[in-house]
Design a protein around this ligand. Sequence first.
Ligand code: ATP
Ligand code: MG
Length: 584
Amino acid sequence: MSTAPPAEATHKTVQAKPVSGAKQPANGAAAPASNFIRQIIDADNASAKHGGKVITRFPPEPNGYLHIGHAKSICVNFGIARDYGGVCHLRFDDTNPAKEDVEYEESIKEMVEWLGFSYRDHLFYASNYFDQLYLFAEHFIERGLAYVDSQSAELMRANRGTFEKPGIDSPFRSRTVVENLALFREMRDGKHADGAHVLRLKIDMASPNINLRDPAIYRIRHVAHHRTGSKWCVYPLYDYTHSISDAIERITHSICTLEFEAHRPLYDWVLAKLVEAGKLPAPSPQQIEFARLNLSYTVLSKRKLLELVDTGIVNGWDDPRMMTLAGLRRRGFSPASIRLFAERTGASKAHQWVDMADLERALREDLDTTATRAMAVLDPVKVVIENWPADTTELCSAPAHPHDESRPRREFKLGRELYIEREDFMEVPSKGFFRLVPGGEVRLRYGYIIKCERIEKDADGNIATIFASYDPATKSGTPGGRNVKGAIHWVAAVDGLRAEVRLYDRLFSIENPDAGEGDYKTHLNPNSLRVVQAWLEPSLVAAQIDQSYQFERMGYFTPDRVDSTPSKLVFNRAATLKDGWKPG
Ligand code: ATP
Ligand code: MG
C-alpha cells in the first residue's frame, strides 16, 4: 500500500548537470544529470570491472501495457546504455504464461520504439533460457542446494515465518538428491498436478531475510506458453529466472526498483553458486535499485489500470486519461516530453512522488518550441460584422511558429461571419477584462479591430450573436496602425472546420487516490473528459496523427489517432497552455 505523499515531497526535480565519463548524447542535448547509478558505473569503468562494457536491460512482464513508471525505467536503462556507448536489452520476463499475452508483448515493443529507443538487435526472452534454467535447477539439486517440497501452499506460507519469527523447516527438506531429482523430473514430465510440489532452494529457514528462507524456484503450471507452447509444465520463478537471465546475457548493471532491494542477497546467492561451479562467467551482474516513480492524480499499478479498463471507467488501455504510454501518445504527449520528464525526475534511492504538473510542464516545454500554431474556437459564439461587405472575404495569414519564419505561413479567410470564444466576451465586464465588451473594441488576431455594437440573446438568455463593426484602417501588420489592449483568436464561418474536441483532464481529483478514504475509484474526477464542438482554422485539415498543434491561447492538441477521419475531425487536448489545475 502506498501512503499519502508528504506535501513537501510531492515535487522533486533534478537540475541536469554534466557527468564525467558519460558520453554526450548523440543528439547534442545537454549531458544527463549524474546520479548514484552513473557513479557506480563510472567507478566500475575506472576499475575495468566489466572491461569498460555497459550492458543494461529493461525486463517487462508481458502482462499489461506500459505506463509512465515503465517509461522512467526505459529511459534510465536505455539512456545509460546510450550515454556510455553500451547496449540495453529488451527482455521479456515471460515466466507466467497464465497472465501473459502477445498483445501486450507487441504493444511493449511498439512503445519502447515510440519512446525513441531501439531494441531490435537486442531483443531477448526469459523463455529462451527455459532449458538452461531447468538444467541449473537439476544442478542445484545435485549439489544438495535444492529440494522438492510437497507441503500445501498454505503450510509453506505459514512455515516461512515472519519478520519476527524464523521459518520452520519443511518435513521434505531432508529428501535425498536421488528422490529430489526423480520427483523434479516427474514434475517436468507432467506427472503431478498444479500446486502438488515446488522446487525450493535450500538456503536458510532462519535467515532474517525472508527471501532467503528456501525460496521456491519452480512451480507446476499446466498452461501453454505463448512462445514455448506445451513444451513445459514447470515454470521458473522470478528471482531465480531474473538473476540467471541477467548473467547469461552478460548484463553488467541490473537496474531495478527498490522493492527488489531485499531480493538482492538471493540474486547474488544464485549467481555466486553458479559462478563457483563454473556454470556462469564472472563477474556477475550487479543489481542496483532506485526508487520507483509515483505520479500524483493517477494510479500506476497494473492491477488497477486493468480494473479501470475492464469496468469501462476508461475506454481501453489507450484512453487518453490513462497514464499508459499508449494513452499518453493518443492524448498528444510527445516522446521527447516523456524523455525530458524522466530525465528530470532523476534516479535516486529516496521515495519519489512527482506532481502531474511536472509531466505537463515537460510537454509544454517540448511543444512550445516545435508545435505548429493554429486558431481554434472551442466554445463558439457567433459574431456578425455588419459593415463587412456581404459575400466578400479577405485572406489573412499567420506564422506557423512565432519564432520560425522559415516555415510556410498559415492562411485563412476573414469574412462577415466568424466565431469567437464565448469567454472572450463579457456583457458586464469585470475589472481588468480587456477583451470584447458592449461598445468596446478588441483586435482579431492577424485581422482587424472590431467593436461590439449590440448583442442578441436566445430564449434562455444566452448570447446568440454579437453584432460588430470593423475598422478597415486597422489590418494587422499595417505600419503605424492603432492598437487596442485585447487580441482574441477567431475562426471565420466561411472556411472554418467543424471538429469534435475532447478536453481531457486528470482522471482523479485528489493527489493520491490510493491513499484517500475508501476505494481509489471513489476519487474519480467527474470532469476528466469534456467533449465540445469546435471551429478550427482551415490549415488543420492537413493535421497529422502524432503531430501536436498549439491552439493559440488554448493549449496543445493532437488529432485522435483512433477516431479522427478527414470527414470527422477529432482532436484531443494534451494540456492547457498554463499550469492552472483546479479540482473539478
Ligand atoms: P507487476 O510487478 O505488477 O507486473 P511492474 O510494474 O513491476 O508490475 P514489470 O513488467 O515487471 O511490471 O516492470 C518492468 C520494469 O519496469 C521493472 O524493472 C520495474 O522495476 C520497472 N518499473 C515498473 N514500475 C515502475 C515505476 N513506477 N517506476 C520506475 N520503474 C518501474
Ligand atoms: Mg514486476
